[in-house]
Design a protein around this ligand. Structure first.
Ligand code: FE
Length: 213
């Protein structure tokens, strides 16, 4: 199989959020899509091990928001490379509540879709949720982020739990001496010593989250 064939698929970048009890959950995906028009339904595949997928299985509801090109690694890193279990992903951003009371980010967001889960399909590593759209609206009138723009302009990474993740060829990462790797997102820093006040440019993690490769 030619893995690069998958690069030809076009995606956007989205935050999926839900609420369980008093706790808010959210993660970044590239897999949100409209699948029917009447009634309007959407599909989204989310990694099973993630806190957000587990929470949606129980809450039966989610909000999908469409990120704009202005979204930076502060936002994408917070939602894409950390876990909702031990970190308040929404704390640093402007948010609103959908009709189901689920919090969603309104910054760098072009539109939102409030969905009730009507079907779930276990895909092994991921769960495919089908949701009926109960509310939707536009937010910012800005160009939306594509996955290609995220990789080429934002220089963003794909976390290992994403469906589209492809491991780097080992040879590309091995031979270089003195590398430090971010345990959160996998970013590699090159240098003999890692500055104490270093902050990961991808996910915002502090130097203490880095380990020598
Ligand atoms: Fe990082």
């Amino acid at each position: 199989m030619n893995q690069t064939a998958f690069y030809k698929l076009t995606y956007g970048l989205y935050i999926i959020s839900t609420k369980l009890g008093e706790k808010d959950y959210g993660c970044v995906v590239n897999t949100l899509a409209q699948v029917t028009a009447s009634p309007a339904k959407m599909s989204v595949a989310i990694n099973k091990e993630g806190a957000t997928a587990k929470a949606i299985q129980k809450s039966g509801k989610f909000v999908g928001t469409v990120l704009t090109e202005t979204a930076d690694m502060n936002l994408i890193g917070a939602f894409g490379f950390r876990t909702s279990e031990e970190y308040d992903k929404f704390g640093a951003f402007d948010t609103a509540l959908d009709p189901n009371g689920i919090k969603y980010v309104t910054e760098h967001t072009a539109a939102y879709f409030s969905c009730d889960v009507c079907q779930t399909i276990d895909l092994g590593s991921h769960i495919l949720f089908i949701g009926e759209v109960v509310e939707a609206d536009n937010l910012l009138a800005e160009p939306v982020m594509t996955y290609a723009y995220y990789h080429s302009v934002i220089k963003g990474k794909t976390p290992p739990k994403a469906p589209s993740y492809q491991a780097l060829a080992p040879a590309a990462e091995v031979a270089k001496p003195s590398q430090w790797q971010c345990k959160i997102c996998g970013y590699i820093y090159e240098g003999d010593t890692l500055p104490e006040d270093y902050v990961c440019p991808v996910c915002g993690a502090p130097a203490s989250e880095f380990e020598r490769v």
